[in-house]
Design a protein around this ligand. Structure first.
Ligand SMILES: [Zn+2]
Length: 281
């Protein structure tokens, strides 16, 4: 990994914390977010002075200070970028910024399609959200009564289905992330995740808790729908897009009820694919 790649990853991570901080504060104005703020300060302190200044200046104007190149345009402002700039961003020998909006640019990694064959639905090439998940990763009846138990159930499934070697280690990491600030948002959704799980693509698991569980959501809301993700560093920014898309879709009652009503894992899979069809091509 080059110095530039490291800087880019650091900025993406910093941005995610900043976004999490903003989201949380908007949802729960009274919550104390000291840990999160400490992590932000620590990541910021690590950035070279010039970059830090520019990064913060951008954040005052936009929610995102670093954005991917998307079909040869800046994903931030939509400005078309020259082929030579796109190539330079791809090479990442140095940092580049959008000539229009001045946001930092990075080239999104292509998400590798997993080699692992789906046990249930055979050979069909996966499209849409199916590229990041699998029928084996649908759980329709989580039973746990605490965040530890619920995440434990999902991590055990990840290990049983050989998506990770060590489910307990995965659980530790997921709990560490929850300890910074809960990933529960409103409308009964939560986005627990573990980042820096390299060696595979972004992996999404969907867990349904029909009764609902206290997961740190705003007020006393119960969480019923869990989108649990393992996120390789290179997919951090895509992940942000993914969770904002998922939360947009499933904050609608009709869509979330369809997930909650799924009786079998195959049903959950179908509902998920159908509901997200327009979000991911
Ligand atoms: Zn731009």
């Amino acid at each position: 990994m080059t110095v530039t790649h490291k800087l880019i990853n650091q900025m993406i991570q910093l941005q995610e914390l900043v976004v999490a901080d903003m989201q949380k504060k908007a949802l729960m104005p009274k919550i104390r977010l000291e840990e999160l703020e400490k992590s932000i300060d620590a990541l910021q302190a690590d950035l070279p002075q010039q970059i830090k200044t520019h990064f913060n200046r951008l954040l005052q104007k936009h929610p995102e200070a670093i954005v991917p190149v998307s079909s040869d345009t800046c994903a931030g402002c939509g400005m078309g970028l020259t082929r030579s700039l796109v190539n330079a961003v791809h090479k990442a020998e140095q940092l580049h910024r959008c000539p229009n909006c001045a946001r930092f640019l990075y080239y999104p990694e292509q998400l590798v399609e997993r080699e692992r064959k789906s046990r249930v639905y055979g050979e069909a090439r996966k499209v849409g959200i199916g590229r990041f998940t699998s029928p084996e990763l649908m759980m329709v009846s989580l039973k746990g009564t605490t965040p530890e138990e619920v995440l434990g159930e999902m991590c055990t499934r990840m290990a049983e289905e050989k998506f990770v070697e060590d489910g307990e280690h995965l659980l530790d990491l997921a709990l560490q992330r929850e300890a910074i600030v809960s990933t529960a948002v409103d409308n009964g959704l939560a986005f627990p995740h573990v980042r820096g799980v390299e060696g595979g693509g972004l992996t999404l698991m969907v867990g349904i808790h029909k009764k609902g569980v206290k997961f740190g959501g705003p007020g006393r809301t119960l969480t019923r729908i869990f989108f649990f993700m393992m996120i390789p560093t290179s997919t951090s920014a895509f992940y942000l897009k993914l969770i904002s898309g998922l939360s947009r879709i499933f904050r609608e009652k009709e869509a979330s009820n369809a997930l909650l009503e799924a009786e079998a894992e195959a049903d959950l899979w179908k509902v998920l694919i159908k509901a997200t069809k327009k979000m991911i091509k």
